[in-house]
Design a binder for this molecule. Structure first.
Ligand code: FAD
Length: 399
């Protein structure tokens, strides 16, 4: 039987492990943490990510947990529109999901065919001619026909296979929270929760997860928000960070103040935003009689401004499943991992380029620069602000 070892049980690793197991691979999943755990907040999935999940056979699970996210446009902190909301366009509507719900759906997709080892922090990769590749934490060594590196932005496997790619700061920090419905502010009917506001070096995005009082949809409903600020993460305790956020976003349009007032320090998840520069030269490598592939943030970590990181990880998993479905060890598998790289790298380069343009917009400071930015946003609205939707529309799972 063909064997694969997947390193990392994040969103990408879980999706890939389940996909390979369902196509007849014997899969071992290695996770550094002492258990396989989900993130505490939520995610926006654009249509490309949704299509990838459907291609992976996880569409029903997604339908049970997703809340449609209407386009609410982009405002300036003074309430003026930078980009007017546009009507929902068929299958271009993104959805928002709680990470724990998504995690449960991905774990359910593993079935009982995946052998999971937790507490294994892979430190080395062995690739040599004539032998199968192998990974090891110094105690446990797992050899397999295919190594899937899904070990996130600090990937040990990528450091070995693509040392040219390094992790750098994106120059901003992000804070996220989900306010459960029982604590969420009661907003007037005419004040939509969802929406995006963009100021000089600051951005605030909010979305409803399910509906207040509804037992359907997300089992972990509430209001999800993400705040981004240019600069380094804050070293202060969460209560002080929350006080800072309330100060930075004071006087921004409703309901931002209400949402921050309803947030408790324990809800906050702060993260330094980092990215890979340059991207690895390839995402797939022939290795002895098998191959090694990079997937998800291990391959193409990027700032979250377009909300595409997890979506691309699902695209990776769907593509990998398609190219290795029939591949057997030896030349066919080596060709399959090279095909994976050829399919995935140009696609992610395009999305990273769009994300970097958004980074530049977010970090615009100074009155003149701001005016130029606002004018640019107004005039090239469909090209720039709609770029995520465009990127989304451009991807379809391989046959
Ligand atoms: C503020 C913010 C908002 C975001 N919003 C969105 C969004 O709305 N939509 C979207 O699509 N994306 C979004 N993203 C991006 C998304 O969260 C990531 O792209 C995605 O989680 C990456 O998943 P992954 O499985 O590749 O990596 P990770 O989630 O980092 O998982 C890696 C796993 O590997 C394990 N691991 C690490 N090293 C080792 C090792 N040596 N050995 C074994 N195991 C190891 C880790 O413990 C972890 O479980 C956002 C990111 C941020 C920061």
């Amino acid at each position: 039987m063909r064997t694969a070892v997947v390193v990392g049980a994040g969103i990408g690793g879980l999706a890939a492990a389940g996909a390979l197991a369902r196509t007849g691979w014997q899969v071992t999943l290695l996770e550094r943490d002492d258990r396989v755990r989900a993130g505490r907040t939520a995610l926006v999935l654009w249509p490309n990510g949704i299509r990838a999940l459907r291609a992976l056979g996880l569409g029903d699970g997604l339908d049970a947990i997703a809340t449609a996210l209407p386009d609410m446009g982009v405002r300036r902190p003074d309430g003026h529109w930078l980009v007017q909301p546009r009507p929902a366009a068929g299958d271009r509507t993104p959805v928002v999901v709680h990470r724990e719900d998504l995690h449960d759906a991905l774990v359910a997709g593993l079935g009982d065919q995946v052998e999971i080892h937790t507490g294994v922090s892979v430190r080395s990769v062995r690739v040599g001619s004539g032998a199968r590749p192998a990974v090891s934490d110094g105690r446990l060594t797992v050899e397999a026909d295919l190594v899937v590196a899904a070990d996130g932005i600090d990937s040990a496997v990528r450091r070995r296979m693509a040392p040219e790619s390094t992790v750098v700061s994106s120059g901003c920090a992000a804070w996220r929270a989900v306010i459960p419905w029982y604590r969420a502010p009661r907003l007037p009917e005419d004040r939509p929760v969802s929406g995006e506001t963009l100021g000089a070096g600051y951005r605030f995005v909010a979305a409803s997860l399910g509906e207040r009082g509804s037992s359907g949809g997300s089992s972990r409903g509430g209001i999800y928000w993400v705040a981004t600020a240019a600069g380094a993460p804050r070293p202060e305790p969460p209560a002080t960070q929350l006080a800072l956020l309330r100060r930075w976003f004071a006087h921004w349009p409703a309901p931002i103040g209400d949402l921050l007032a309803a947030t408790e320090p324990d809800d906050l998840v702060q993260q330094e935003v980092r990215e890979l520069r340059p991207l690895p030269r390839a995402y797939g490598f022939a290795a002895g009689t098998g191959g090694v592939v990079l997937l998800g943030d291990a391959a193409h970590a990027m700032p979250h401004h377009l909300g595409q990181g997890a979506c691309l990880a699902f695209e990776d998993a769907a593509t990998l499943r398609s190219v290795v479905r029939e591949a057997v060890p030896g030349r066919p598998l080596q060709e399959a991992v090279e095909a994976y790289s050829r399919l995935r790298r140009p696609r992610t380069v395009t999305v990273v380029r769009q994300t970097r343009r958004m980074s530049a917009v977010l970090q615009t400071r100074g009155r003149l620069a701001l005016r130029a930015r606002d004018a640019a946003l107004g005039t090239i609205n469909p090209r720039l602000m709609g770029s995520a939707a465009t990127a989304a529309a451009q991807w379809n799972p391989p046959a």
